[in-house]
Structure formats: C-alpha cells, structure tokens
Ligand binder design. Structure first.
Ligand code: IPE
Ligand code: IPE
Ligand code: MG
Length: 228
C-alpha cells in the first residue's frame, strides 16, 4: 500500500485550561505553555518534507464568550508571539498567514498580523496559518455573500472554494488534543475528506514525538475518497 502524502495538517489545540487547572495554576499559564508548543510543532512541520501548510486553531468565533480577562490575555499573548516569532519565521523560512475575521481585533494587533504576513510572504518551507476569530460557518457565509455581490448565481463547488479565505490544499489530517472529539466550527468545508485523529494529550503536553507517531499512523491509513 502506498503511503499517503501529508501536505496540509490542521490542529485544534485544546486543553490549555485543564492543563493549568491540574497544576493549580491560572488558565493563562496553560495558554503560555501552549504557545511554546505551537513553536515546537511549527518547527517540526517546517522540517517535515511533505508538509506545505499547518493550520492551527488559536481563537474561534465562539471564544469571545470567555471571561474578558482571558480574552484580553489571549490577544496580548498573540501579539507577543508574533513579535517574538518573526526571527524564527525568517530563520526557518516559514511564511505566516492569518485566517478569520481580524476586524474585531485592536488596530495594533491587526497591524502586527499584517506586518508579519508581509515580512514573511516569500518564505517557502512551510505556511503556518493561525485561525484567529475564525469560524467555519462564518467563512462559508462570507464567501457566498461575496459571490452574490459579484452577481454570480448557480454557484459551483469551485466558486465557493475559491471565495473562501483559504487558498490552500484540502486538509489531509486533523488532530485535536485534549480528548474532545468534535470539530468546533473549524474548517468545515476544507475538512470534507480529512483523516481525523483525537488524542487525550492536553495541548501543553503535546510533543514532536507524538506528532511523528500520529503522522506514521496517518500514512498507514487507507484513504479511499469514496472509491474502493
Ligand atoms: C485551547 O485550550 C485554547 C483556546 C481555545 C484559546 P482551552 O482554553 O480551550 O482549554 P480547555 O479546553 O479549557 O482545557
Ligand atoms: C476550539 O476549542 C477552539 C480552539 C482551539 C481555538 P474550544 O475549547 O473553544 O472548543 P469547545 O468549546 O470545547 O468546543
Ligand atoms: Mg477547550
């Protein structure tokens, strides 16, 4: 059986709060440790020969329901992450892109995101995509409205795909940490034929070693895409 090539990996990074709670720490400590893991896994993906895109779910359209202080902390952490990470993006030849509705973020955070995208746009070893204020339904609805405004009717799948915010290949493998087995409004369109992998490991405990084992598992799977 030939191995399946892994081009686009998506990760729902879940379990930061539970990780902190287990240690008697504030939830924010779990998010801080979680940011370290994004760094490690992104570097792993950049080195992995076939992976072109790694999309990380960092903040959903539903996460605004969290306490104001936690949301503010996440915004500050994101700004710091992008600031600190720029040197690494350049050193490891990683292109950064954001998906989601960024207009709800502060002007300074929007500026940081745009600048980081611009400064890394010619990097080619990996595209790291952060999903920020992202929701799969919101993305599809926005795409359809854009097409309607352009006067299109009788939409095809290709029309919708091309109007989405995600010009990447379809997801090959989706990993969710923390034992929850749901999609939580992530990349609904792009996940149609993704292989799903759920691990009980909390995101702050996730390692490159586990990532390697999951990829090995993925490569052994039989992807039939409706065929036999
Ligand atoms: C994932 O961890 C990070 C974000 C959603 C921002 P959680 O914060 O959801 O952690 P749990 O699920 O409460 O443990
Ligand atoms: C999904 O995790 C969103 C992110 C990882 C950013 P949540 O913790 O918000 O999802 P639910 O509430 O358990 O579905
Ligand atoms: Mg969670």
């Amino acid at each position: 059986m030939s191995k399946h090539i892994l081009k686009h990996l998506a990760i729902i990074m879940d379990g930061n709060g539970r990780w902190a709670k287990k240690r008697g720490l504030n939830r924010t400590k779990g998010h801080e440790q979680g940011a370290e893991i994004i760094r490690e896994i992104t570097r792993y993906c950049a080195k992995y020969p076939t992976i072109e895109t790694a999309t990380f779910y960092a903040f959903s359209t539903e996460n605004w329901k969290r306490p104001k202080l936690e949301v503010e902390f996440l915004m500050k952490m994101l700004d710091k992450y992008l600031k600190d990470e720029l040197a690494t993006y350049q050193e490891h030849n990683i292109r950064f892109q954001a998906i989601g509705d960024l207009t709800s973020f502060s002007k300074s955070l929007q500026k940081r995101i745009k600048e980081t995208e611009e400064l890394t746009k010619n990097n080619t070893s990996l595209t790291q995509v952060l999903a920020l204020n992202y929701g799969g339904r919101a993305e599809i609805t926005y795409a359809v409205n854009t097409l309607i405004e352009q006067g299109k009717s009788h939409l095809t799948e290709e029309d919708i795909s091309s109007a989405l915010q995600t010009p990447y290949s379809d997801i090959d493998l989706l990993i969710r940490t923390s034992g929850e087995e749901r999609v939580s409004n992530f990349l609904l369109w792009q996940l149609s034929y993704a292989e799903l992998y759920f691990t009980p490991t909390l995101w702050p405990d996730f390692t490159a070693k586990e990532m390697r084992e999951i990829i090995e598992n993925y490569e052994q799977r039989s992807r039939r895409f409706g065929g036999i």
